[in-house]
Design a protein around this ligand. Sequence first.
Ligand code: TLP
Length: 348
Amino acid sequence: MDRIDFRSDTVSWPTPAMREAMAQAKVGDDVYGEDPTVRELEALAAEMTGKEAALFVASGTMGNLVGILAHAGRGDEAIVGADAHTYLYEAGGMATLGGIFPHVLPTDETGRMDVTAVETAVSPDDAHFPRTRLILVENSYGSKGGYPLPPDYFASIRTVADRHGLAVHMDGARLFNAAVAQNIPAADITQHVDSVTFCLSKGLCAPVGSVLCGSQRFIDRAHRMRKVVGGGMRQAGILASAGLVALHEMVERLADDHQRAQALAQGLAQIPGIIVQPDSVKTNMVFFSMGDEIGMTAEDVAAALQQQANVWVGPNSLKGFRAVTHYWIGDREVEIFLTALREILAEA
Ligand code: TLP
């Protein structure tokens, strides 16, 4: 890459093996269902998540949206965490396009909704209320430092869903980070949900794309919804080929990103004025902030890092940042970041 970019794992460029696979990819018209590489990717994604079928989509947002639209519709209600990506950062798609009402619940410091509160939130069959249809969960949980939630949490959500005939959809944008961090197969997590979207283009480094997985009947409905939002792609095998490299070669190595995030957090903890909790770093995200004694804003510091060391990091509040590790962040890049930050803060 042409910069040291900690703003997100979404910024990661495709690997050389991906570019090679893309150049050689077999293609067809996927709207006719004839792209062999897309089919291969969908079959592998379904297998890895323990589902019957899968659908290649342009982004995590599109996967969540068409998944939600395949589960619920106008006048229905989805129970969702107050800081879930599907609620906060997807332009209100479920309400805008689906007429689906989000029923928002607080989450704890790991991203869990209280399971009793979830059950209480299910509306009774009464004309005053929207019909509760869906529970939305997320793993790893982005707004809570990328926390990797364990299967038993989803098992308890499943029990509530089954009692009330609800569907459960998981935003698993970083599903494989959550699985690798717990040293378990992704399917151990996804067995408790009806559908899951995971992203190929974050820590897995593919240039574009996510996959929505679920039962065949569900994927048939989602396929129609993908058409509705204009997401049918033609010779998409070019993109899917990079996704295949992502699933074959890039999953296990996510453990390296988690180790580097831990090393980064420990390095940050040594810098005077920085507030960080290395214990809370479980996957590839480090949230940290600056104490009041530092007379610069996060924006100022981010600008100085860019200018002095070509290090890009994302401010996420007046004094706070999020730094995310990925394939293009090695030990050297972590060192460059720590050295530059130490120098900038020493002068602040
Ligand atoms: N998240 C992006 C930003 O939107 C915040 C990032 O840099 O982390 N679910 C989760 C948990 C996500 O973090 C994201 C992207 C998505 C869904 C949406 O994926 P895309 O960007 O592919 O639509």
